[in-house]
Design a binder for this molecule. Structure first.
Ligand code: MLT
Length: 232
């Protein structure tokens, strides 16, 4: 079995894909579902999300880490840790939802992963993959995100404990980074985007995102019958 880590979303995928955007889209997505959200719709643009406004739906997302005008919420996992029972959360973010759309174009099984659901995501990927597990880092505005590569290393470490894998250089880099920093919060606080969020006063989100395997929820991208055009 191949284990591959793409430090930015690119190319095509043939089997299982784990999309990572630790700060903060995939952490937030896991949290919404953990707190009762009926479904998540990851839209291709803010306009698609705005066009989907309806009773029972929450529009959530960010640009530059701040809420999108006209949306109900930003992209805070701490804010997502409220009661969303029965609500559909319509999400659009700067990088994470776009990375999910890239992966969904060719991936056979596409899941959202973060540090908070890392072990559950690794287990799910190992159970389903037949040839390759690709861990895809969203990054930030086209730049590699240290926090995402660190999470790819955490997941790679879990997978290596579950079976035999042939690693590409991306996975080797991710593992090296993970093994260089035992404390996930130190890694996140040392990342460019983590420091940016802290400057915005969002350090609680960074701390929340550093919670290692605190959740067993693994969001799967399978457009449902009612998933609208332009959303996953
Ligand atoms: C993203 O999707 O790029 C991130 O989640 C941005 C953020 O929420 O700060």
């Amino acid at each position: 079995m191949r284990l591959r880590a793409d430090l930015l979303p690119h190319g095509t995928y043939s089997d299982v894909v784990l999309v990572i955007d630790v700060l903060r889209a995939t952490t937030t997505a896991v949290t919404y579902l953990e707190h009762g959200a009926e479904a998540l719709w990851l839209t291709a643009s803010p306009d698609v999300a705005l066009g989907l406004r309806a009773p029972g739906r929450v529009l959530a997302g960010e640009r530059g880490g701040l809420p999108i005008p006209g949306f109900d919420l930003g992209n805070s996992p701490v804010q997502a840790a409220q009661n969303f029972t029965g609500r559909v959360v319509v999400m659009n973010t700067s990088n994470g939802t776009g990375a999910a759309h890239v992966a969904a174009q060719t991936g056979k099984h596409v899941f959202l992963a973060a540090l908070t659901n890392a072990h559950a995501a690794a287990r799910r990927a190992r159970a389903l993959a037949t040839e390759e597990i690709a861990v895809v880092c969203a990054g930030t505005d086209g730049h590699v995100g240290l926090e995402d590569v660190y999470a790819a290393g955490v997941i790679s470490e879990y997978l290596l404990a579950m079976g035999e894998f042939t690693l590409d250089d991306g996975a080797r880099l991710a593992l090296t980074l993970r093994r260089s920093q035992a404390n996930p919060l130190d890694a996140l606080r040392g990342s460019g985007h983590g420091q940016y969020l802290e400057r915005l006063g969002l350090e609680a989100d960074v701390q929340y995102a550093a919670g290692l395997s605190t959740s067993t929820v693994v969001p799967v991208l399978t457009p449902g019958l009612e998933t609208p055009e332009g959303a996953l």
